[in-house]
Ligand binder design. Structure first.
Ligand SMILES: Nc1nc2c(c(=O)[nH]1)N[C@H]1C(S)=C(S)[C@@H](COP(=O)(O)O)O[C@H]1N2
Ligand SMILES: [Mo]
Length: 210
């Protein structure tokens, strides 16, 4: 291969990582608490809180599975400094949910809820970001139970704790509130490119009082 050719080529693996992150082989499992058992007949996906029509919106697993599917290639950045690069996530874009169950105009933030009360807050703009996806698949294969089957959220613009595995719903909020890790020492905003890891790094206005 000529030099000019190799200089011109930049594989995705060689593109920048957020500060302080490193790539690890494989895909470790990282979560708090047990892996929930999936019971399709009891599963529903709910959008509630400040919806535009004031109603709660629910999907059974069968209904959710029929929603528009697309894929997104995105890295996963864990706050413990491990990153996984270039995964192809398949699922329902968060924008689809936002269009089917729109937020009221005064909504600024969402809380994403998962099994056992795990939650993560984020700005509505991150939730409705172009690449935010409720994933059922990674690299063409169904997610395994420990990686969030039947559904997990991928928010490529934020650290991975902001993407709940075993996700069950979204609450539209008219003010910010801290989620599970945001109450326990992680940064309220969690932008990996600004290395917003811990709540002690927060500046005034970054989040609600602790
Ligand atoms: N429900 C739930 N989702 C969660 C977590 C958790 O503890 N509970 N941990 C988060 C964290 S800190 C990371 S790094 C990723 C890890 O995803 P993985 O186990 O598929 O690598 O899941 C996120 N989603
Ligand atoms: Mo993490």
């Amino acid at each position: 291969m000529g030099q000019a050719e190799s200089r011109g080529h930049r594989a995705p693996e060689e593109s920048a990582l957020p500060p302080g992150q490193r790539v690890q082989r494989g895909w470790p499992v990282t979560h708090y608490g047990p892996v929930p058992k999936f019971r399709p007949e009891r599963w529903e996906f709910r959008v509630f809180g400040a919806t535009a029509d004031g109603e709660k919106h629910c999907w059974t697993h069968e209904e959710f599975s029929a929603l528009p599917f697309s894929t997104v290639v995105a890295d996963l950045h864990c706050v413990t400094k491990f990153s996984m690069r270039g995964a192809e996530w398949g699922g329902v874009p968060a924008r689809v949910i936002g269009a089917l169950a729109p937020p009221a105009p005064q909504v600024t933030h969402v809380m994403v809820w998962a099994e056992y009360g795990y939650s993560a807050n984020m700005r509505l703009a991150d939730f409705l970001g172009e690449h935010t996806v409720f994933a059922t698949h990674k690299d063409g294969e169904l997610l395994t139970a420990e990686h969030g089957f039947p559904l997990r959220l991928i928010v490529p613009t934020l650290y991975a704790w902001k993407g709940p595995k075993w996700v069950r719903g979204v609450e539209y909020m008219t003010a910010d509130r801290r989620g599970f890790w945001e109450e326990r020492g992680y940064h309220n905003l969690g932008d990996p490119w600004r290395e917003q890891r811990y709540s002690y790094q927060e500046e005034p206005g970054d989040g609600p009082e602790l």
